[in-house]
Each structure stands twice: as C-alpha cells, then as structure tokens.
Design a protein around this ligand. Structure first.
Ligand code: APR
Ligand code: PHB
Length: 398
C-alpha cells in the first residue's frame, strides 16, 4: 500500500496501546497511520504481565479481537497471599459480586491486535527511524520519519503518543509544560519463563523475609515466576538452578513440594518504578499508556491502564469527528489521570506490602505481617484488595 502524506490520526508506537487505538478508530471509520521504531518480531519478544481486568477484556471484544483470548486465556476468580509461611486465598469473585480477571499473555494479545490490523491492510510502518512530532500545539500537526533512508512527512489532525516510556512524544514537550512524578524502588524483579506446569492454578504473591516472589502463569503448561532481587544483580549471575533454589525458599511447604522446574526460556531483570506525567494532552498531541505513566508490576495494572487511556482517547477523538465537539478532548487528561492515580496508589501500596525493605528493619517486617493478617481476616480489608485487583470501573467516581 502506498504511504499517505496525510491522515486523520498518526499513532506513534505499535505496542498494545497503539494497536488498540488503531482498532478503536478504525471501527469508527477514522484513518490512522502507525509508526513503530522496531520490527514486529522485536515488539513481540517483550515479555510483560498478562492479567486483564474486565474493562480490558470488554475492549478487546469491542474491537473484535477477543476470540483467541476467550479460548486460551485462563479465568481466575482469586489469588493467594503467602506470608509467615502460609497461604491465604483472596476470593475476588465472591468479594466483588462475581468479577474475575483473565490471565492471557501480553505477547499473545499484541499478536492478536497486530494480525487484526494486518488483515484489514491498515497502514503500519515498522522500523520507522527518527520519528519526530511537529507543530502539535497548532491545528495542523505534522510527523516526520525516515524509512530505508527516505524521508517522509505526514500531516494529520491528531497525534496519539503511544510510544512507551522511552518514546519521542513526551520527550518533545517543552519542560515548562509538563510535570513528572516519579518514585524508583530499591530493587528489581528477576523473571523466568519456563515450559513447566504452574505450581498452582491461581497466582501466588509471596511476602518472605528473603524478599518477594510471584508465581504466575501463561497457560496450563507455561509458567512465569519472579523474585525480588537487588538492583545491582546481573541476570548472568543467576543460573536456572540458583533461581529455582531461591524461589523454593520463598514458598510455603506445599508449593515447594509441588514446584516443577525446568530450563528457562527467558530470564531478565526489570527495575520497578512509579511514574506519572501531568497533563497528558498538549494541544493536538496526546500521551497514552506507558508514554504517560508506569506502575510497579505488583498487581499487573500497566496494560489495563493503557487500555483504558486508549478507550478515553478514542472516544474523545470520535466525538470530535462525529459531533464536532471538543469536550472529550478537553477532558481527556483529567479523566485518565483520576483513574491512573488510583491504580498508581494501589500498585505502590501492594508493592510496599509485599516486598522486603531491609532499611525498615525487623519492625518493618512485623508491620507488614500485621497488615496482611488484618487484610485476610477482615472482610472489608479483603474486599479492598479484591476490588482494586479486578479493577475499578471506568466511570468510577464520575
Ligand atoms: N518512534 C516510533 N516508535 C517508538 C518510538 C519512536 N521514537 N519510541 C518508542 N516506540 C515504540 C516502541 O518500540 C514500542 O513498540 O512504541 C511502542 C510502545 O509500546 P509499549 O512500551 O508496549 O507501551 P504501550 O503500548 O503503552 O503498552 C503498555 O506495556 O510496559 C507494559 O505494563 C505496560 O502493559 C503495559 C503496556
Ligand atoms: C505476570 O504474569 O507477568 C504477572 C502477573 C501478575 C503480576 C505481575 C506480573 O502482578
């Protein structure tokens, strides 16, 4: 397909945010061009959390890409909290009046979105070099890039900055027009993916005096495990054997006995960060997903926040074209940020509750144990965690 020199919306980034944005706008008859710096294979090689809230499931269904997710995804109605060597189940389904989450790998979800765009033959440029955004504070924004050494320039009505934490859109905003809030945590998550059956049919979040551990999964035959490690650790220091041995030490006796180990098919260390940008709109350019905010992964809110940003943004842009109204666009930042801060707070709280902070001493561990003990024995305490885990409704508090 020849490359257009004008389109309605240029979407920068072909991660889950950009691809979902493209589908939502396509359904409303709005033209888009997606520019992605990497190859499609590279985008699919990134391993990330895959726990979907109901609002995200509904969005994927809305754009018609939910079929494989419903076939292969695992519906979870609860998860376990492990502390002081014992596991306790949070019955999310019962505590929230029937809500569940869906465990479905982000790689699979991205592939489904990518295939849907390809099947519709919608324009997507992979390996777009030196993408730059221009005049986004006017009614005629422009995006330039190079491909195979040839320069291109696209005029558009709007720019959707779905280009992740290291993207060009946020970086292009003048410093006096943007405020960034950030907290870096003094540890990382060492993750291992393995073709072994999960240790338990639901997720286990473990608070141990040796550090946090998480037992997650991708399918009935593929597991994803994480260990809290010092930021100074290098992945090369961790053999598979050392990983499994340390994981066993952080689990309860039953899980320890049931753990099936095997060779890792991916192993990496990710730092943890809370980060929010305010505002998320700059004239005709909007930030969505990781371009605007990062949560620490405890609770798996990142993808869900990205999905709801994109829903708010697509709704606002559709309203602009169909009703000639700028109301949605004007409210975009405020609507998103309200939801984002709630998820940021939950992710920060859940991270603080479950991880080992040596600087807080033994009393810090005692406080965590007491809070966990309270949470599992109080119905309102358990409900608070369940309600946040399944996800707050999109219109919460409106
Ligand atoms: N030009 C073009 N594309 C770019 C540029 C650039 N200058 N910079 C970054 N990109 C691309 C990246 O290569 C990436 O494919 O933008 C995409 C952003 O995708 P993600 O980082 O996956 O961000 P997002 O789509 O918002 O997805 C959010 O990812 O980190 C998880 O937990 C998070 O699940 C959430 C999801
Ligand atoms: C994951 O499966 O990668 C995962 C699951 C739940 C989390 C974080 C990560 O809270």
């Amino acid at each position: 397909m020849p490359k257009p020199t004008r389109t309605q919306v240029v979407i920068i980034g072909a991660g889950p945010s950009g691809l979902l944005m493209g589908q939502l706008l396509y359904k409303a008859g709005i033209d888009t061009l997606i520019l992605e710096r990497q190859t499609g294979d590279y985008v699919l090689s990134r391993i990330r959390a895959g726990v979907l809230e109901q609002v995200s499931i509904d969005l994927l269904d809305e754009v018609g890409v939910g079929k494989r997710m419903h076939q292969e995804g695992l519906v979870h109605g609860g998860f376990d909290l492990l502390f002081k060597g014992e596991r306790h189940r949070i019955d999310m389904n019962k505590l929230t009046g029937g809500k569940n989450v869906m465990v479905y790998g982000q790689t699979e979800l991205t592939l489904d979105l990518m295939n849907a765009r390809k099947a519709l033959d919608l324009p997507t440029v992979y390996e777009a070099e030196n993408v730059q955004v221009h005049e986004f504070d006017t009614a005629k924004p422009r995006v330039t890039y190079q491909q195979n050494g040839i320069a291109h320039s696209i005029e558009c009505d709007f720019i959707a900055g779905c280009d992740g934490f290291h993207g060009v859109c946020r970086a292009s905003v003048p410093k006096d027009k943007i405020r960034e809030y950030e907290k870096a945590y003094p540890f990382g998550w060492l993750g291992v993916l393995s073709d072994t059956p999960p240790v338990h049919h639901e997720l286990i979040y473990a608070n141990s005096t040796r550090g946090f551990a998480l037992c997650s999964q991708r399918s009935k035959t593929r597991s994803r495990y994480y260990l809290q490690v010092p930021l100074t650790d290098k992945v090369e220091q961790w053999s598979d054997e050392a990983f499994w041995e340390e994981l066993r030490k952080r689990l309860d006796p039953e899980a320890r006995a049931q753990l099936v180990t095997g060779p890792s098919i991916e192993k990496s260390i990710a730092p943890l960060r809370s980060f929010v940008t305010e505002p998320m709109r700059f004239g005709r350019m909007f930030l969505a997903g990781d371009a605007a905010h990062i949560v620490p992964p405890t609770g798996a809110k990142g993808l869900n926040l990205a999905a709801t940003d994109v829903k708010y943004l697509s709704t606002a842009i559709i309203e602009y074209y169909q009703e000639n109204s700028e109301a949605g666009i004007d409210h975009y930042s405020e609507r998103c940020l309200r939801r984002i801060w709630r998820a940021e707070r939950f992710s920060w709280w859940f991270t603080s509750l479950m991880h080992h902070f040596p600087e807080n001493g033994e009393i810090g561990q005692k406080f965590q144990d007491a809070e966990l003990d309270y949470l599992i024995h109080s119905e309102s305490g358990s409900r608070t965690i369940a309600e946040n885990y399944v996800g707050l409704p999109m219109d919460f508090g409106d």
